[in-house]
Design a protein around this ligand. Structure first.
Ligand code: TYM
Length: 332
C-alpha cells in the first residue's frame, strides 16, 4: 500500500517554490492515498528561531496549508513536535548513521559554508530526522522539490540499514514524488538558483504576497541586455523568468515571449508586467483566505489536535514494532 508523507520547515510565509515543488502535489495526493503532511518545527531549530518567531511561523504554515486546499478530514495535518515518537526513531537511526556519509550530504556542506559559526549536530543529522519523519508512517511516496532528492536517498539508506541489522522488513523504500515527469525546481527572482528565503526577500514570491510588493519584486527581477543574436540562448536570469511564466501564464503568452526572444524583439519590461499580472491572478484568491484562517484560532486548534491524534496513532504502531526488534522488553 502507498503511504504519502511530506513536510515543510516553518520559516515564515510559504513561497511559490514550496507550492509548485511540494504543496500542489499534497493537494492531489490527499484524494487518493493515506497522507501525512506535517510542519517540520523540530527541523527549523537548526537555525535557532526565537520562541515567538517559531510559533508565528508554525501558525502561518498551518493556515496556508488549509488556505490552498489541504483537507484535515482527508489528510493527516500535524505539527512534528506534537509527535515525540519521531524524536525517538531519530535517536535509533542516529546509532547507525555515520559521520562520513553525513558530512558528504550537499545541504550540510552548503550550510557549513554559509553559516560557519553555527555548524551544529542538528544540521549534520538533518537527513536522519527526515528519514525518521518519513519512515515513522512507513511512507513510500514523498512529494518534494528537486532540492530534497539526496535526502530521500539517505532515508532509503537508513531504512534499509535498519531492516538489515534487525533482519526484518519494517521499513519500505520511500521515493521522491512529483506529478510532473521531473521533480520541480522553481527559480527565484534574483537571477541564480532555486527560489529560497536564504537568497533574500527579493528572491521570493510568497503565497500571501501583497499586490504592490508582488509587482515591484517582479519588475525588479534580474534580466540582461537582450539576446546577443537571433536564436541565442537566454541567460540564467531570463530563463528563470520564462520558467516562472510557465507556472502561471497561458501557453499562448509563453509562446509569444519565446518567439519575441528568438526574433530579438523582446521587451523585458512588458514580459515582467505580464508575469506580474498573471501571478497576481494566481495568488490573489489565497491572500484573503490566509488572513481569514489566521484569525480563526478555533479552526487551527481543531486541525492541529485532530492531526496530532491521527499521527500519533500511526507513529505508536511503528515504534512498538521497532522497540521490540531492537530488544527492549518491559519488566512491568
Ligand atoms: P523546505 O521547508 O525547505 O521546503 C519545503 C518543500 O518545498 C520544496 N521547495 C521547492 N521546490 C521547488 N522549487 C523551489 N524553489 C523550492 N523551495 C522549496 C522543497 O523541496 C520541499 O519539498 N527538509 C525539508 C522538510 C522536511 C521533509 C521531511 C520533507 C522535513 N522532513 C520529510 C519531506 C519528508 C525542507 O527543508 O523543505
Amino acid at each position: 500500500m502507498e503511504t504519502v508523507v511530506s513536510g515543510i520547515r516553518p520559516t515564515g510565509m510559504l513561497h511559490i517554490g514550496n507550492y509548485f515543488g511540494a504543496v500542489r502535489n499534497f493537494i492531489q495526493l490527499q484524494e487518493s492515498y493515506p497522507c501525512y503532511f506535517f510542519i517540520a518545527d523540530f527541523h527549523s531549530l537548526t537555525t535557532h528561531p526565537t520562541p515567538a518567531n517559531l510559533h508565528s511561523s508554525v501558525k502561518r504554515v498551518l493556515a496556508e496549508y488549509l488556505a490552498v486546499g489541504l483537507n484535515p478530514e482527508k489528510a493527516t495535518l500535524y505539527l512534528q513536535s506534537d509527535v515525540p515518537e519521531v524524536a525517538e526513531l531519530y535517536l535509533y537511526f542516529n546509532m547507525n548513521a555515520y559521520l562520513g556519509e553525513l558530512e558528504r550530504v550537499s545541504s550540510f556542506k552548503e550550510k557549513a559554508r554559509s553559516q560557519p559559526d553555527n555548524i551544529n549536530a542538528g544540521l549534520l543529522t538533518y537527513p536522519v530526522l527526515m528519514a525518521a519523519d518519513i519512515l515513522l508512517h512507513k511512507g513510500t511516496r514523498v512529494p518534494v522539490g528537486k532540492d530534497q532528492e539526496q535526502h530521500l536517498e539517505m532515508a532509503r539508506t537508513f531504512g534499509n540499514r535498519f531492516n538489515r541489522l534487525y533482519q526484518a522488513e519494517v521499513f519500505p523504500e520511500p521515493q521522491a514524488f512529483s506529478e510532473t515527469a521531473e521533480l520541480v525546481k522553481v527559480p527565484g527572482l534574483t537571477g541564480a538558483g532555486k527560489m529560497s528565503k536564504s537568497a533574500g526577500e527579493a528572491d521570493c514570491i510568497y503565497l500571501a504576497e501583497p499586490a504592490d510588493s508582488l509587482h515591484k519584486k517582479i519588475m525588479r527581477a534580474k534580466t540582461d541586455s537582450g539576446p546577443a543574436e537571433p536564436g541565442s540562448k537566454p541567460s540564467e536570469a531570463v530563463q528563470n523568468l520564462f520558467d516562472l511564466m510557465k507556472l502561471v501564464c497561458s501557453a499562448d503568452v509563453c509562446t509569444f515571449y519565446h518567439v519575441a526572444y528568438q526574433e530579438g524583439t523582446i521587451r523585458y519590461g512588458d514580459m515582467k508586467k505580464q508575469l506580474a499580472e498573471d501571478m497576481e491572478l494566481f495568488i490573489a484568491p489565497w491572500r484573503e483566505k490566509i488572513s481569514a484562517i489566521l484569525a480563526n484560532d478555533n479552526l487551527l486548534a481543531k486541525t492541529a489536535s485532530l492531526g496530532a491524534e491521527k499521527a500519533r496513532a500511526s507513529a505508536a504502531a511503528t515504534l512498538a514494532e521497532v522497540r521490540h526488534l531492537i530488544g527492549f522488553r518491559k519488566f512491568y
